[in-house]
Design a protein around this ligand. Structure first.
Ligand SMILES: [Zn+2]
Length: 417
């Protein structure tokens, strides 16, 4: 376990948060709520990179949007909710790189559509709508990168299944993704410590070994359900920085991030499992430093584009993005605690706690840290060594994650209505 600094409270007014969130989350608000019909605020532009193609669409205000891929010929499609194209003539947009044609039109159900025809299979590698907090103007920026025929066929087919169903597309590290519950849920498991960092130790027991064993077994259990895709941040006894662990979650485009640890206390009284989620920290120095060291766009998982915003704004936006995943994170904590408790596995007397762990500072991925027990407790050590106990705990975690996916799917359905 690693504790980084003390929790602090955020002081931003709820109204301001609601307004900004409405602008940041394309699917959280309808254009009507944002006032008036959205329109283009400048020319649509295409720009070819070495192998990539980027598209930018300037708008006078943020609107809900979604992306999808269609086959024969390969096409990248972007739908905007109630956007007025005005007298925009797609023929005036200079074609670049892989783009062979550009069309705009009505997609039905209140959606307007931009179609970019491509001469090769490509997929969305990044997508984000940035909003200027002062003017309210927005810009959608998309990047397309080459895909193999097989990868394109898979993505295009999966998305075509939702074609014509308004509001079905959901953001995904940039591109469209089916809602939770209608596709495998991607879980990143993070076995704490490793390599030069053994974590807590007791005689021959090392936290780094226990967390790796548990994470491997849990990955296997999740995998066997057929409902999960699992990525481990480390697969062996190697050292990984906290930031690298977060980066794995973003690169894997995780739906949820679960870090596995065991605790240890000097006085040896504490027993049982504890679940930690991140305490809110509006101006937290660690998150600001983290934002500094990373490509911000990358850190945000493509959900919010922070390029071109100054540091103060970037900090507020990061915190808001975290506020957006916060309800999902809280639901994750509740379903996991309920499942572990429901399996009559020993939990700490404060089963859900909040702390400022660096490893949980993953703004766009709901994240939790599970302390399986205390290495300082003889009972807990016996449980952690016992394969049958671990199987029970692993099943309980799977049940908790199952319940979370169900809750999230219900929430997404509400938002998309
Ligand atoms: Zn630890």
């Amino acid at each position: 376990m690693r504790r980084n600094g003390a929790p602090a409270m955020t002081g931003i007014g709820a109204v301001l948060i609601a307004v900004l969130l409405a602008m940041l989350a394309p699917l959280a608000a309808s254009a009507q709520e944002l006032g008036g019909m959205a329109r283009l605020a400048g020319p649509v532009t295409l720009e070819a990179g070495w192998r990539s193609l980027s598209v930018s669409v300037p708008l006078n205000q943020a609107v809900p949007w979604r992306t999808r891929l269609l086959a024969d010929p390969p096409r990248a499609v972007v739908d905007f909710r109630t956007l007025d194209w005005g007298d925009m003539d797609p023929a005036t947009v200079p074609l670049q790189g892989a783009a062979t044609a550009l069309r705009v039109g009505n997609a039905g159900g209140g959606w307007t559509r931009l179609v970019i025809e491509l001469d090769r299979p490509m997929g969305f590698s990044q997508a984000g709508m940035a909003t200027n907090p002062e003017t309210g103007a927005a810009q959608l920026t998309l990047s397309l990168s080459p895909l193999t025929d097989a990868a394109f066929a898979e993505q295009a087919t999966a998305l075509a299944a939702t074609d014509g169903v308004p509001g079905e597309g959901v953001l995904h590290g940039g591109a469209t993704r089916l809602p939770l519950g209608q596709r495998p849920t991607r879980v990143v498991l993070d076995p704490g410590h490793g390599g030069v960092d053994p974590g807590a130790t007791h005689e021959e027991l090392r936290e780094a070994d226990i967390t790796l064993t548990f994470a491997r077994e849990l990955a296997e259990t999740l995998h066997r359900t057929g409902r999960y895709e699992v990525v481990l941040t480390r697969e062996d006894d190697s050292f990984l920085s906290l930031e690298n662990r977060i980066t794995v979650a973003h690169e894997a485009n995780a739906d949820l991030f679960l870090s596995i640890h065991t605790d240890s206390l000097e006085d040896g009284q504490a027993v049982g499992a504890t679940l930690y989620t991140l305490a809110a920290a509006a101006s937290d120095a660690a998150s600001a430093a983290l934002a500094e060291r990373h490509d911000r766009d990358d850190l945000m998982g493509g959900g919010v584009d922070l390029s071109g915003t100054d540091d103060a704004v970037a900090t507020v936006l990061m915190d808001l993005a975290r506020a957006e995943t916060r309800p999902a994170t809280d639901r994750l904590a509740r379903t996991l605690v309920a499942a572990i408790d429901g399996a009559e596995l020993r939990m700490h007397r404060h089963p859900w706690q909040q702390a400022a762990f660096s490893v949980l500072k993953s703004p766009s991925v709901p994240s939790a840290l599970l302390e399986l027990g205390f290495l300082s407790s003889e009972q807990d050590r016996a449980r952690l060594r016992d394969r049958r106990w671990r199987v029970q705990m692993e099943r309980a975690v799977v049940a908790g994650i199952d319940a979370w996916v169900e809750a999230e799917a219900a929430q997404q359905a509400l938002r998309l209505r």
